[in-house]
Design a protein around this ligand. Sequence first.
Ligand SMILES: NC(=O)c1ccc[n+]([C@@H]2O[C@H](COP(=O)([O-])OP(=O)(O)OC[C@H]3O[C@@H](n4cnc5c(N)ncnc54)[C@H](OP(=O)(O)O)[C@@H]3O)[C@@H](O)[C@H]2O)c1
Length: 239
Amino acid sequence: MPVYCITGANRGLGLEFVRQLAKLQDNTIIATTRSKSSDLSDLKAVSSPNTHILECDTADLNSIQAFATETKKTLEGKKIDFLLNNAGVNSVPTQNSLSIGPEDLQREISINVLGPAKTVEFLLGEDLLAQNVRIMNMTSGLGSMSVSLSINPRKCATYSISKAGLNMLTVHQSGDLKSKLSDVVVICMDPGWVKTRMGGEGAVLEPEVSIGGMLKVVHELQESDTGKFYTYTGEEVKW
Ligand SMILES: NC(=O)c1ccc[n+]([C@@H]2O[C@H](COP(=O)([O-])OP(=O)(O)OC[C@H]3O[C@@H](n4cnc5c(N)ncnc54)[C@H](OP(=O)(O)O)[C@@H]3O)[C@@H](O)[C@H]2O)c1
């Protein structure tokens, strides 16, 4: 039965991924949290006996490597079939392109771009990715140039720039992994505007609907879909 790995699983959309996937008891789930000292009660409540909660701070390269090593021990020869790079931050939504804080941009790039890059690199280094692994980088409509051009005034410059970087990472991973894994598919996906702490006031979608849609899209991916950008409904998004 398939092995799923989800980053940022202690709350929000990551938690909803685990809730839905854990309903099938045969699924093996690696659910990661930035820190094991966080409140993990919600995550434990939705976990199945085959859910393993591991620490992975995606802003910290040592933590990501330690997580990859720990995953190797946990999976005992099994490999990851679905890697859902979900962890992300949007900590300074009011900044625009004329007020970007240098440290804020560095932090968002570190978590939203370098984190997913190194997660893939280090899991591959431990030979933990299945030949036909599906990798989903959780992006945002705000990471699309086309979508951002249509929003006036523009929104969340710092975050938007980092998610555009994540989109480009997706394009590069989809090319670079081809020589390492025979049937790999890498995509990025916009979950819609969802009712989580990040989604905040005004969000319109229930996590259940967004994640139900995303899982359907991820499960139906074909090799020819690699390197593309989708919404949770399966529509392709213009870069
Ligand atoms: N909600 C939306 O409307 C929306 C829209 C577009 C895109 N997204 C994307 O969807 C993903 C999930 O968002 P969400 O709405 O679920 O946000 P959320 O409720 O704020 O949850 C974010 C998750 O990411 C984790 N995280 C943050 N920094 C981390 C780090 N350094 N290492 C490991 N985990 C870290 C958080 O862990 P802690 O609890 O430890 O902070 C938390 O589990 C993000 O990539 C976000 O950009 C969301």
